[in-house]
Design a protein around this ligand. Sequence first.
Ligand code: DC
Length: 214
Amino acid sequence: MLIAIDGPAGAGKSTVARALARELGYGYLDSGAMYRCVALLSLEHAGQPPAELAGAAKMEMQLASPSAAPRVLLDGRDVTEAIRAPEVSEAASRVAADPDVRRVLVAKQRALLAAGDWVAEGRDVGTVVAPQAELKIFLTADALERARRRAAELGADVQVVLAEQAMRDERDITREHGPLRPAPGAVTLDTTGLGVDQVVERIAALALACTPSS
Ligand code: DC
């Protein structure tokens, strides 16, 4: 069983996808973390084509304790915090528009998802990476609420986050390769005003409904 969760930044994808993966005992793939890893590498190795860096990189995600964020390992190095730095977010949005990077990372994501049960989150999981996913969710929320959530997470100013978010949303939606949009057949869930538990329960119920009964 594969559950694809796509949507804009701040819609609650990561929190919801992790909680769902834990509840169902599924693997968890944060495809955004992979774009962030490539962004970090490209900042560290200026001048080297990001797609080459992506191809050579070994990226792993470890769901450690139930409450902690998954650790992200890049070539064995723990980059969990480093990939969340604002300059990496900015660079990630740029490398994600590179079709060669997308080709490399989509192939890596497909290889991971080929076996087992997964909750995979990103922007193009349901449209490009795994259109065959049994359940496709498009998670969204009001722009100001998304900015408020991100600002609280980062300890940043809401208006600054809102402006940056608008720029990244625009880039995600208008890019030629793997643009952000609901996949055909996706269920759109607006999380404005909803708690994480409510969203997780709703998706778990949808997953149950599309599990073939034995
Ligand atoms: O979800 P996130 O903020 O960690 O994603 C980081 C960047 O990668 C963001 O600019 C969107 C992009 N991304 C993408 O283009 N495709 C994905 N499947 C996941 C993320």
